[in-house]
Design a protein around this ligand. Sequence first.
Ligand code: ATP
Ligand code: MG
Length: 560
Amino acid sequence: MGEVDNNNSRALNFIENIIEEDVRQNKYEKPLHFRFPPEPNGYLHIGHAKSICLNFGLAEKYKGLCNLRFDDTNPTKEESHYVESIKKDIEWLGFKWYDKPYFASDYFEQLYKWAVKLIKEGKAYVDEQSQEEISQQRGVPTRPGIESPYRNRPVEENLNLFEKMKNGEVPDGSMILRAKIDMNSPNMHMRDPIMYRVLHATHHRTGDKWSIYPMYDFAHGQSDYIEGITHSLCTLEFEIHRPLYDWFLDQIAEGQRPRQIEFARLNLSYTVMSKRKLLELVEKNLVSGWDDPRMPTVSGLRRRGYTPESIKNFADRIGIAKRDNVIDFGLLEFSVREHLNIIAPRVFGVLNPVKLVLTNYPEDKTEELTLINNPEDPDAGERKIPFGRELYIERDDFMEDPPRKFFRLAPGREVRLKGAYIIKCEKVEKDPQGNITTIYCTYDPETKSGEGINRKVKATIHWVPLKQAVNAEVRLYDRLFLDEDPAGHKDKDFKEFINPDSLKIIKNCKLEPSLITAVPEEKFQFQRLGYFCVDKDSKPGQLIFNRTVPLRDGWSKKGR
Ligand code: ATP
Ligand code: MG
């Protein structure tokens, strides 16, 4: 049993337990120092958000610091617009990095010097074999590898060749620098791993200065060391790299070394999280971009209507584990529903409108009805909605020939219009094709909401005044994939599981007039329909709303 954290009354996770023990032993003379180290080769996703909440969250909790460091060792896949998107997403989540953003490329000179030092000490060598030869010689974990014929070349020769690599005098792929460790190690990462490769590529920050680039494994641990990181938190797949990181640090480190701790990455059902796959969705136009509201990216969730709080609550709720697991997508939706329930004002919107006329309501009369904005938030106040003879209601809320369990409007039936009156359906009018064009009702003036008689009726429905209604486009989303683990099939590509109905666009929805001034990212509950967020492309006169989530989880019941 761990100790209990008094701040939010949950048990400490295993990383917090380690940290508190380190603190008790006075291991550190300076503040604890964490980092979030993205590779700028894509947009951040909800998995990254978990790592951000962990690292920045620990820095906040233990009054430490957290660096943002871009691990930009691969010039061919990295672009500066990814750097900008990552900074923007972290700021939106509400975290502040220490000092300024750091870059592994700032350490290229230092890493190079360390490589030269290793060569001089006979601990690194230039290999001129082909990639296939090298990987064949590596062998398998149960059998020793074969040493490269170049393994024991003299230091001087290694220095000369490495210099040539650095000066761009040899073609890509013709030589690599390898660490001379142990070709018999059961850990494959220790079998003379690659430290540097030749790449005549332009780097987003260092331009054409370098023709050699360090491998991630030769840069990551040292970057943490250079920055004075005390706790270097990685996902589980790096556990097996740890002996190599230690070996590199053994060769160069003098002072305090980062302590690496591995935790389980976030896996979410019904989605993919690899940046390569997300990029494929973007490049093949299967989504509208990295911030498509169906994407599990931070920018996609933001556009969909998620709040930073809901994402942080989700991260807190799933916790930090040592073993891999899969989190149900519904839990993410639960977290946003929970927060929006508190902050989102309630409004009326009709997605599939049908005209309703109150035949006994005076033609020239309009009333201002007062409705409370949010029953969950006493400070949210009230608003006025005009009410008149002509209204829109949801087409689905009427049935001419209702089945037994349908309690809403039907010929001869009464329902309450939310916040207004009880009405009774008298007759309907249809077009030549048989579609209902107008529903005629009478209203009971004695039943005004909150003032008049509250007769029992079986249903309350929402409505919008016809004359003052505001037009909008509404986008309804469903999960992007129909399979729980789209990337988990050996014989099938993940794209085969894309949900063809994941986006439904509805034009000419009718909204209550208060929404005319809604601006991008504003959030509402359309009563009975779900939580909605104004899209970034929405403009006055051309409103666009994204449904974040329906009011209830439709998936657990449908059991598709
Ligand atoms: P990919 O393999 O898709 O390229 P990555 O893990 O290599 O993703 P990075 O940019 O290297 O992406 O990740 C930055 C940080 O975020 C790393 O510390 C990594 O461990 C963490 N991270 C990435 N994905 C997840 C996840 N699903 N859950 C938790 N942490 C994650
Ligand atoms: Mg990575």
